[in-house]
Design a protein around this ligand. Sequence first.
Ligand SMILES: [Zn+2]
Length: 116
Amino acid sequence: MFCSNCGSQIDDRAVICPRCGVPVRPLVATEPERKEVNTLAIIGFVFSFVFTIVGLVCSIIGYRNAPRYGGSGKGLALAGIILSSISIVLEILFIAYCLMLLFMYGGMLPSGGGVI
Ligand SMILES: [Zn+2]
C-alpha cells in the first residue's frame, strides 16, 4: 500500500510510514467511518424560526453533538442557539408589551360587549 501522507510505497503490515513516520493504521481504521450529518443542528436552526423553544433545545443538543460528527453543523447549531435566543427574548418582550397594554387600557374597554 501507499502512505497517505508522503505517497511512498510501504509494507501492508506497517503501522507507521518508515519514511515520514505518519501512523498508517488509524487512517485505515477511520476509512469506513460514515460521514453523518448533524441532523439536530439543522432541525434546531429551522425550528429557531418557527418553534423557538424547540429550536433552542435542538440547537443546544446539536452543538453538543457536533464533535461526534467531526464538527459538522457546529456553526449552524450556534446560529440556531443565537437566533432562537433572540426570538425568545423578542417573544417575551412582545407578550410583556401586550400585557402592559391590556393592563393600561383594560379598564377603558367596554365591558360585557359580547352579551346581548
Ligand atoms: Zn509516509
